[in-house]
Design a protein around this ligand. Structure first.
Ligand code: ADP
Ligand code: MG
Length: 534
């Protein structure tokens, strides 16, 4: 029993221990549960916060979506605008191509018309040769006809005379026959009466025979004359016929000539019209390029330029949109950019500069007023650009080059009926006073007043928009050589050389004027002019 009690006690002990352990475990579990509840509450809080965050985030998302929708719309409209611009650009390009093709077609037409004109002129000249020869033929046959008529008249006169003679001879014969008869009767009577006058009778018989033979020969002559008359009449008829034929031929040639003349007039009209279209297109192209164009030329550094220690101050941008048109200057470390219609770098030759303005010369010959104006500080290269260096052909300036082109073009336009006359005048504005650089008897730089005595140089504008300076010497010129000579003369007469002070130099301005008078038989005369200032 004791043993059993001990065993049971030990079991109870064990069970108590187990119970303790279980109680401990239970407490621990209770603690864990509390902790878990705590963390659950925290989780809930954080979940609420997260939901709030999510709500605000979705609002923001909505706003962002709206923004992006409006941005998309903007992009869409920009795309549309870009498309429209592209279309506009294409239509502009098409317009440009059309203009160019029209221009080419007109030029071709012009050439064709010129060729036709040349052919017509040639034809006309051969026809006129033919016409002249026919006229000569006509004149000669007229002369022949006149001669034949005269001959006919003479022959008629002769026939009348001969008829008179014949009548006379017949009368004579009749008279003689009568007398023979009376004489025969008398002879008979004598025979009867006296029977003696035989010798007389014989004599009379001979006489009567003679008369008869004369009468015969005269009849023969009359016959011959009649024959001659018939022949002359025939000849006259023939010459009448040939004169008629010549006249018909002449009329035909005249009609042909008239037709050719009208065709020539048509062709000339076409040429004139073609020329008008060319003029319009040329000047439309120039207008599209801009009626006023500003170029910037940078001259190379010269040995006496004071360069200083500054780094390069000028540069030329190479970006596509500013290539050959932009120039960048650096001043006090700051960059200034400028854009022109064209920028000519120090390497640009005089020819390169001239290429840019040469089309203006054509416009001047077409009747448009053209002005080339050079502007810049003293020593920047205005005179070099406009006049160049005399004696060095490569370095000729714009004025001599333009004049050479004017005189060359004048030569080619002569074939289209154009006749040009050119007048040159040159003046200098010095200290606000006009000085005539081509005036004779110049007294030198210090005597502008003496030389201008009695002359009032006043600037006047006439109704045609031309500008004149009164009392200015105007010289007629016929070749670019004459103009070069005048330019040299003027260069010597200018007030200020390179060595003088800048202040003085900058008060001297040079004006060269070329006035072009163009006359065309079709269009009538009008005044054209080119002026250049430096
Ligand atoms: P401006 O008339 O503006 O006072 P100039 O034409 O007399 O200036 O030019 C001054 C100097 O610079 C001259 O000796 C001229 O020969 C020289 N010069 C000007 N431009 C150039 C150029 N593009 N190339 C070479 N030399 C030049
Ligand atoms: Mg100068």
């Amino acid at each position: 029993m004791k043993e059993k009690e001990e065993e049971l006690n030990s079991i109870i002990m064990e069970l108590r221990k187990k119970l303790e352990a279980l109680q401990e475990k239970f407490t621990k579990e209770g603690l864990d549960k509390l902790e878990a509840l705590d963390s659950l509450a925290r989780e809930k809080d954080s979940k609420v916060a997260a939901e709030r965050l999510q709500a605000s985030l979705s609002e923001e998302l909505k706003r962002t979506q709206q923004d992006s929708a409006s941005a998309n719309q903007k992009i869409q409209s920009l795309n549309d605008m870009y498309k429209r611009l592209q279309e506009y650009n294409t239509s502009l390009q098409q317009y440009n191509t059309r203009l160019q093709s029209e221009f080419a077609a007109t030029n071709e037409m012009l050439k064709r018309v010129e060729k036709e004109k040349a052919a017509v002129v040639e034809n006309l000249s051969t026809l006129s040769g033919h016409y002249t020869s026919l006229q000569e033929q006509l004149t000669s046959s007229r002369v022949l006809q006149d001669e034949a008529i005269k001959q006919k008249e003479a022959l008629g006169n002769e026939v009348v005379c001969l008829r008179g003679d014949l009548q006379q001879a017949r009368d004579d014969r009749d008279c003689w026959l009568l007398r023979v008869q009376t004489l025969s009767a008398e002879v008979e009577r004598y025979k009867e009466c006296t029977g003696k006058s035989f010798a007389e009778l014989d004599n009379l018989t001979v006489k009567s025979k003679e008369l008869e033979s004369t009468c015969l020969s005269q009849s023969e002559q009359i016959r011959r004359l009649l024959e001659q008359l018939a022949f002359a009449e025939k000849k006259l008829q023939l010459s009448d016929v040939s004169a008629m034929e010549t006249k018909i031929q002449f009329e035909e040639q005249k009609a042909l000539l008239l037709d050719l003349k009208s065709r020539l007039a048509d062709a000339e009209l076409k040429i004139v019209e073609g020329e008008k279209v060319r003029k319009k297109l040329h000047n439309t192209i120039l207008e599209l390029k801009g009626n006023i164009r500003v170029f910037c030329r940078v001259r190379p550094l010269l040995s006496d330029d004071d360069v200083g220690t500054d780094a390069k101050v000028i540069s030329f941008p190479t970006a596509m949109d500013a290539l050959n048109r932009g120039i960048d200057l650096i001043q006090n470390g700051q960059k200034h950019s400028f854009t022109f219609d064209k920028v000519l770098t120090p390497e640009a030759s005089q020819e390169d500069v001239f290429v840019e303005i040469s089309q203006l010369v054509q416009s001047a010959l077409d009747g448009y007023q053209v002005c080339i104006f050079a502007y810049g500080q003293t020593g920047s290269g205005k005179t070099f650009t406009m006049m160049g260096k005399p004696g060095i052909p490569d370095q000729k300036g714009l004025i001599p080059r333009s004049l050479e082109q004017v005189f060359e073009t004048r030569q080619t336009l002569q074939s289209q009926g154009w006749k040009y006359e050119m007048q040159v005048s040159m003046l200098e504005i010095y200290n606000e006073t006009i000085r005539d650089l081509l005036a004779t008897n110049r007294l030198g730089f210090d005597a502008p007043r003496a030389e201008n005595m009695g002359k009032q140089y006043a600037i006047k504008h006439d109704a045609n928009g031309n500008t004149h300076v009164s009392d200015l010497t105007v010289v007629d010129v016929h070749s670019s050589k004459e103009v070069s000579y005048l330019l040299e003369l003027a260069a010597h007469s200018r007030s200020v050389g390179k060595t003088q002070m800048n202040e003085q130099s900058s008060r001297s301005h040079f004006v060269f004027t070329l006035r072009i008078f163009g006359i065309n038989e079709v269009n009538g005369p009008f005044l054209l002019s080119v002026a250049s200032w430096s």
